[in-house]
Design a protein around this ligand. Structure first.
Ligand code: CMX
Length: 134
């Protein structure tokens, strides 16, 4: 079951400059900055009510964020939904015909287990499922 929109991911070229800009835009500072080595990204998070905004800067040319910015420019990269049980949700989506980008959940930023659904199977939107690690 989907609980809520957990965060919206925005791909940026320069996270330092984007942090300043989004701090002005939202009127708050990021509450954390974190490197996710497995995804080759640096992230920062802003709390916006019940959901968050995540900024993502690539740390390597091989990162999905580098490829995204090269092809499409900076901008909205993914929408993340919080789920109660990510393994069960992945099985449900797979059964319904969605293309998952991993067979099991991976460790993501901000203390989460994550899995992505390919944008080609979700009307052009990269969807992330995430579950808080307790
Ligand atoms: N949103 C919408 N469409 C996207 C997209 C995105 N974020 N990323 C790629 N696409 C589109 C491409 O523009 C391309 O479209 P066209 O064929 O119309 O040109 C198509 O998807 C290509 O898909 P692909 O051939 O599979 O190639 P890519 O190498 O671009 O990989 C994807 C795309 C989604 C499989 C890859 O980006 C991926 O594995 N993403 C999941 C991991 C990730 O995004 N990590 C970074 C964030 C991690 C975090 O939140 O911490």
């Amino acid at each position: 079951m989907i609980k809520k929109i957990e965060h919206i991911g925005i791909a940026v070229k320069d996270i330092k400059a984007a942090n300043e800009l989004y701090s002005k835009l939202l009127g708050i500072n990021p509450y954390k900055s974190e490197e996710v080595a497995s995804e080759m990204v640096t992230t920062s998070f802003f709390k916006t009510g019940d959901s968050k905004v995540e900024l993502l800067e690539a740390k390597s040319a091989d990162s999905a964020i580098s490829k995204f910015i090269e092809k499409r420019g900076e901008g909205l990269h993914h929408i993340a939904f919080e789920v109660e049980d990510i393994v069960a949700e992945m099985a449900n989506l797979k059964k319904s015909g969605f293309t998952l980008l991993s067979d099991s959940p991976k460790r993501g930023a901000d203390n989460k287990l994550i899995c992505f659904v390919h944008p080609k199977s979700a009307n052009g939107v990269l969807v992330e499922l995430c579950q808080e690690i307790k």
